[in-house]
Design a protein around this ligand. Structure first.
Ligand code: ASP
Length: 332
């Protein structure tokens, strides 16, 4: 028993701990703003005692769509401390699912550790009928305690499926399998017999673990502007007026803003705003032609617009040179 791995458990709020009005309150429980204590969530999964020694670590609880980037930086600093603690073998962060992929991605950008760091949430509140909260929490702890999970980067565990923080996205509003690895798929699964099986090892990527959160209290403003049929320049101009240091354009198809947006993005780039071109499609890579690159516009590669935004925020603490920015995106 004393040989079991120690898993630090950091609750940050969200559906996985939420208490609804009754067992069928599966949609509007957030209005109550009530959370079960972590001890209560652990009480219903006593099986955890056979896989890990859990060390709860208090943290601010909030719906994930209410979090600020500063909250995520504070969480990142906490996780950095936890993985540096030699007595901790793995870390689980419970999180609202709405922005879980963004927090997971920030952690992947700032953590350099082989210890498993796993984020999980649930699609049905802890108090709901057939909630996925207990099994997801249990499986996340099981994953963080699994020797095979070491050295695989920051992981997201939802619905028995292990995803990489870089590629995972919430792709459905309500389904239990809402989290998908887009075209790259999941890294592995937790099988019904308890096996933790990885089917893919992620290639290292240039920005992984490239940043330090110590001393970073706030990040430069970066906005995402989504393109659509007939979009004019007004949202891009508003972003520049609001003081954005960077803009991510979520273009149509393979990364095409409208002509009016393209002209506004080029003007913004001329004025020193760093512009990254992503796609609104939800999967696939954006190629930026040499002519567009020469205007200072950088490709997001296959990063989702919200993740390209977070990476750009961190990169802008180091450089505004589009060629160097492109290196962090793996698109130089
Ligand atoms: N519905 C969300 C969740 O799954 C709420 C949030 O993101 O906090 O947790």
């Amino acid at each position: 028993m004393s040989q079991l791995p120690i898993v630090a458990l950091v609750p940050t709020g969200g559906t996985i701990g939420a208490r609804g009005r009754d067992r069928l309150d599966l949609a509007f429980y957030g209005e109550l703003d009530q959370q079960h204590a972590m001890e209560e969530l652990l009480e219903v999964i006593p099986e955890v005692r056979a896989v890990a020694r859990v060390r709860p670590v208090p943290f601010r609880s909030a719906a994930s769509h209410a979090l600020q980037v500063e909250d995520v930086l504070r969480l990142a600093r906490r996780v950095v401390q936890l993985v540096a603690d030699p007595s901790v073998d793995g870390v689980v962060v419970t999180h609202g699912t709405n922005t879980l992929e963004e927090t997971a991605f920030v952690l992947a950008l700032v953590l350099s550790t082989d210890k498993p760091v796993v984020l999980t949430g649930s699609m049905r509140p802890a108090s709901g009928l057939s909630s996925d909260s207990p099994i997801n929490l249990f499986n996340a702890i099981r994953l963080a305690a699994a020797p095979g999970a070491s050295g695989r980067g920051v992981l997201v565990l939802m619905d028995d499926t292990v995803h990489s923080a870089r590629d995972v996205t919430k792709a459905s509003t309500a389904r239990l399998d809402a989290f998908r690895g887009a075209e790259l798929g999941p890294l592995g699964f937790i099988e019904p017999d308890g096996s933790v099986l990885f089917h893919h090892r992620r290639e290292p990527w240039p920005a992984e673990g490239a940043f330090s959160v110590s001393g970073l209290a706030a990040l430069p403003r970066v906005d995402v502007v989504m393109s659509y049929l007939g979009a004019d320049a007004s949202l891009i101009d508003a972003s520049v007026r609001a003081g954005a240091a960077g803009i991510v354009s979520a273009g149509t198809g393979a990364g095409f803003p409208t002509p009016a947006e393209q002209a506004a993005l080029e003007a913004a780039a001329d004025g020193g705003v760093v512009v990254v071109q992503a796609s609104r499609t939800g999967s696939g890579r954006v190629g930026v032609s040499p002519a567009v690159m020469a205007r200072g516009i950088v490709s997001a590669g296959n990063l989702a617009p919200v993740k390209a935004r977070l990476l750009l925020m961190l990169v802008l603490t180091r450089t505004h040179d589009p060629r160097r920015v492109a290196e962090y995106f793996g698109c130089a």
